[in-house]
Design a binder for this molecule. Structure first.
Ligand code: ADP
Ligand code: MG
Length: 396
């Protein structure tokens, strides 16, 4: 997929409005994780080096179209200034007089950070008149918020239709890496699926089934598949209404020659609790009063072997309840296997918000080829959907 990106001559001397995703976690009025801010620095630096003046617009949380200072971007501006040493001026609205004033007084090198775009109800309605107000003071629009690109909002979509627009470097990298896995994976291609629910991943399975050589299934969703094969799963997560789907998918995979690997063992506990007493049992011997909260060590070993034999690995969904240390080992083993496969030359891509959180928790995010910054956006991409925030820039 080729994208319309900016070159220095497109932005030199221009006033550029950049849609970023600064929807960062805050604690005690300060940014507690700056990953999302850092992800935009390549774009922001390239624009500045090309001689553009940049103003940043973002959402934060869900203020639902009203001004709620709990969701102000002001502390994010402080963090950006601290990270980069740039002069960042916070503008307490994203449209209207306050923006006009700041733009009129705009000094070279100064970065404007506009207030939360979701303080206006028109934003989430993809309202063109509102988008006109957003871009009014600017010459060029740059979309860099990959993680908001699955939403058609005024600042992610409508704005792109109004002034010369380009996508930024974060989006370029995301689309390059995600499409390398989704569209032309080098074989063997191993797809790893996990997470809580089958229903969240059905569209991904449907889109990717024909492309994968091997699919490893862990997490809560594995139990619906085990049950579809006739096993007893005790108190484990089960989506009864998805048993048919799971059964059909196992059949279809067989017809297509796609190898599906389900857990051979599981870590079980009597309840969903961090300190519940846990045990490892074979997948065909899960006691009635227990629930599976992680893949077992034998499964981790089997999955690792499969991952190490791959040239492309795409991972979406944790193998267990990794938030609780007692049930994190399976997810950690898979993260480690991805890191080792990467070292051997495989392309390894991680999508999904919780999967990204897990790989960061195990400090392996720099040891894989790519960890997507877009939870929902990456999921929709793997479902084969076109993302409304990206569409305006696709040129082939
Ligand atoms: P992602 O955000 O990476 O797409 P999901 O949102 O689909 O992943 O799933 C993540 C959640 O799945 C985690 O919160 C994890 O605790 C939960 N989970 C994983 N395995 C199990 C399990 N066996 N039982 C219950 N929940 C599970
Ligand atoms: Mg999730």
């Amino acid at each position: 997929m080729r994208l319309k990106t900016f070159s220095p001559s497109d932005v030199a001397g221009k006033k550029v409005l950049v849609r970023v995703d600064f929807n960062v976690p805050l604690a005690g009025g300060k940014v507690s994780d700056d990953t999302r801010i850092k992800a935009h620095l390549p774009t922001l630096t390239a624009l500045r080096e090309a001689g553009a003046k940049i103003a940043l617009v973002s959402h934060l949380g869900r203020p639902k179209g009203t001004v709620n200072l709990k969701y102000t971007l002001e502390p994010v501006g402080e963090e950006l200034a601290k990270l980069t040493g740039w002069t960042v001026r916070f503008v307490p609205d994203c449209i209207g007089e306050k923006v006009d004033e700041a733009v009129a007084e705009w000094k070279d090198g100064e970065v404007l950070l506009l207030e939360n775009v979701r303080f206006h109800p028109e934003e989430e309605k993809n309202d063109t008149d509102f988008a006109k107000k957003l871009v009014k003071d600017f010459d060029v629009f740059v979309m860099d918020a990959f993680s908001a690109a699955h939403r058609a909002h005024a600042s992610t979509r409508a704005a792109a239709e109004l002034i010369p627009s380009f996508c930024g470097k974060l989006i370029e990298r995301e689309i390059t890496m995600l499409s390398a896995a989704r569209d032309n994976p080098k074989k063997p291609f191993v797809l790893i699926l996990g997470g809580a629910k089958v229903s969240d991943k059905i569209a991904v399975v449907e889109n990717m089934l024909k492309k994968a050589d091997t699919i490893l299934i862990g997490g809560g969703m594995a139990f619906t598949f085990l049950k579809a094969q006739g096993l007893e799963i005790g108190k484990s997560l089960c989506e009864t209404e998805k048993l048919d789907f799971a059964g059909k998918m196992l059949e279809e995979a067989k017809t297509l020659g796609v190898k599906i690997v389900l857990p051979a063992d599981a870590v079980v506990a009597p309840e969903f609790k961090a300190d519940a007493p846990s045990n490892v049992v074979p997948a065909d011997a899960i006691p009635q009063d227990q629930m599976g909260l992680d893949i077992g060590p034998q499964t981790a070993e089997i999955f690792t072997k499969e991952i190490l034999s791959a040239k492309t690995v795409l991972w979406n969904g944790p193998m267990g309840v990794f938030e609780m240390p007692a049930f994190a080992k399976g997810t950690e083993a898979v993260a480690k296997a991805l890191a080792d496969a990467t070292a051997k030359g495989a392309l390894t891509v991680v999508g999904g918000g919780d999967s990204a959180a897990a790989i960061a928790l195990f400090k392996m995010e720099d040891k894989v080829s790519h960890v997507s910054t877009g939870g929902g956006a990456s999921l929709e991409f793997f479902e084969g959907k076109s993302l409304p925030g990206i569409e305006p820039y696709v040129i082939g």
